[in-house]
Write a protein that binds this ligand. Sequence first.
Ligand code: FRU
Length: 482
Amino acid sequence: PAPTPGFPLPSLHTQQAYDPAANFTSKWTRADAKQIMAQSNPNVAPGQNSMSPNVTMPEIPKDFPAMNDDVWVWDTWSLTDENANQISYKGWDVIFALVADRHAGYGFDQRHWNARIGYFFRKTNADPAKDKWNYGGHLFLDNTSIGNTEWSGSTRLMQGNKINVFYTATTFYDVAERNAGGGGIAPDAAIAKALGNIHANQNGVTFDGFQHTKLLEPDGKLYQNKAQNPGFAFRDPYTFADPAHPGKTFMVFEGNTGGTRGSYKCKQEDLGYRPGDPNAETVDQVNSTTGAWYQTANVGLAVADNKDLTKWSFLPPILSANCVNDQTERPQIYIQNENGKNKYYLFTISHQFTYADGMRGPDGVYGFVGNGVRSDYQPVNNSGLALGSPTDLNMPANAPEGPDPRQNGRQFQAYSHYVQPGGLVQSFIDNVDGVRGGSLSPTVKMNFKGGVTQVDRSFGQNGLGPFGYLPTNVRVGGEGHY
Ligand code: FRU
């Protein structure tokens, strides 16, 4: 790409694949992430969208419908197989979502402390514009999961009617924190799974028989733990098979670089500038004049040690964002054939408020492409930004609970984007011009190939598809075969 005056060039990434167990971690560098601002328009009227329309989610209308009147709904995923196919089970589409009671007396921003996994179902081939998702209630019986709060994960159909629910078992110790939202005793976090049964009949879908197993806790070496940082992230498991390594099951998850908070020193490879780049920062500069070392996100990798998927081993992270961003959440691997070759897209969501000093980007989904699960990932669009909420990046970063009124009112319109087969991207509504969400967004379509992404504005109405459109692409049990 032609350099933008005043900005560095992005890092060079080969996309070369390494063995999944190799000690190589791809870097999302400061040089890469600085392309977000290099590609943003510095001259928009304050509060407009400064990003390219290709990476901007179309605007969600303020009068969006609530998906359910009793629960807020946020992070959502479909019933899938090991290849990210979305499964119709005996004629039903099934989705899982974090839910919290709308009538319990706490606000939308306290949902994380009160999160449970809920599920919804609707007939395969329903009219997504008219037919509502039926709410099935909580997936697990009260007080049966590993923690006291259930955070994000993924659900896989196994043999017959067995399903494995991979989830984050978060345990809060501080009741005041649960009600007030933050600041109290740090929670524990473990990655867990529950093996159970799915049942379907003409009335809908039910689940039972869940057996819960704790799978992983952060080791403090590859993955930061609570003793090292009360604000650590260890969550959002997503499992998949890799055609290059048949018979194995892998998991990606959100982590942070191991070590005590504040002890990390930014390295040349985290900065990633090309030799002689006149717009490069030096390692000394970053380590002495910024606080960028506090931001240490990574995308973790683990491999299953047995067929029951009850025993797992950590592998080194596949991506780190040291000195760039502190959270790379809900990672997923999406394999796409391009010109006869499998290309591995790693998608992960991140926020504006988790960027490091000197860095700026929107809430949205970020992407990286390489030749294998572990590879020298090339950030999509050279920056990593795949699709963000409309934002004026010339203004300072905000958080959804306290947006600056001068900002674009849709800077927090959606979060927790998940890329489905066919490039359909679902997310939840957070804050549309002051109206808080807690319901699924209109699904949008993102075309991507060769490491370039582009919102398809011919999809739906001006690029907005049906609300909560999570269609299935593989049938199990046949339509109506209850
Ligand atoms: C993303 C997220 C996840 C976490 C959940 C908690 O929206 O932060 O990382 O599992 O929300 O509510």
